[in-house]
Design a protein around this ligand. Sequence first.
Ligand code: ATP
Ligand code: MG
Length: 401
Amino acid sequence: MTYDHILVRFGELALKGKNRTQFEQRLQTNIRFALKDHPSCRVKRTYGRIIVQLNGADATKVSEKLQKVFGISSFSLAMVAPNQMEAIKDAALEAFLQHEGEKRTFKVSSRRSYKAFPMRSAELNPEIGAHILRNTEGVTVDVHHPDVEVNVEVREQGTYITCGRIKGRGGLPVGTAGKVALMLSGGIDSPVAGYLAMKRGAELEAVHFHSPPYTNERARKKVEDLTHILTAFGGPITLHIVPFTNLQTTIHQHVPSNYAMTIMRRMMLRITERIAHQRGMKAIVNGESLGQVASQTLESMYTINEVTNMPILRPLVSLDKQEVIDISQEIGTYETSILPYEDCCTIFLPPNSVTKPRREKANQAEQSFSFEPLIEETLQGIETVEIGKEDERHTEMDDLL
Ligand code: ATP
Ligand code: MG
């Protein structure tokens, strides 16, 4: 007998009724996507738990994947026994013996969610404990601070035995909070902002503005790569590539240079909002943090924000730069973000941008040219690619144990 299952627990899903089922189904789907490279794994739902049957898949590699999935509070390697006392005792002993790490003391904690099983938890604990004591040497019971807690869960389909817990990533299953439009540059900040939005259950569609030939193919590839890295946390992501060259050069020609950046941001926001409307998204996420650069002063946000009344989520607003860098390193976007290919903002950035742009002046600057047809044309030119979809494997819709 070996550890051939993983028992997945989800903490924050203390929800009831319809919501709960929806959350659990979504988590199941997301776990399946995360394990797509391990096709032998089966991912099943049973009341209040998700069970991964490894069927020979490498437990360490599967664990690494599970640690990226939002909505998991913890998980454990598990052995499964039929609901029969002798089999349970043997499996518990085997699970204890094969558990790695310090194990001079232990305790047994049983739970019987399958009420038809004839023994109660209080009867199971001593019986299983005695069996482990009889078959080991130098091992004692410690109910207060045991090295190993042997958890025994008697469920309808079988009894799951685990010894130890791996901490999950927490958060909520991606997709349970609806969809948001992530404004994704090639920088360090916006991928982290997207990651943090996903942490609370938001599913992303990314919007990237590029300005060929001023920005090159590698800059675009970089954004696709960043998007791909983010898919590990919540499944495939739709990426919209917006051709921004005409709008940018027009702004450059017609708008006073100290307001060019403000107007460019307002155009980006208008376009992102329209994409969001078209695709049923209810909010925009960006990587702004308060007071970092000229476009991120409160005055600047106030003036740029005038063009939309859609909520703008700024998950980085209270983080220091180093904290953002730490997260980007942990999630694996940092190395890609620091590649030197410039994005459209840096190339057209005039040196004399106002740090406190005013709404009246921005509106005045936009009167200099009839931008609306150009915005329309830009929207028509958007190229949409699905990132991560190609490696999604066929998943059963609602697979209960
Ligand atoms: P980042 O590290 O995400 O590039 P930044 O520190 O460079 O951010 P800004 O250049 O002021 O800051 O950009 C602020 C935010 O505007 C970005 O985090 C991103 O959400 C959005 N943004 C900037 N450039 C683009 C772009 N080319 N396409 C899509 N969104 C963009
Ligand atoms: Mg940037």
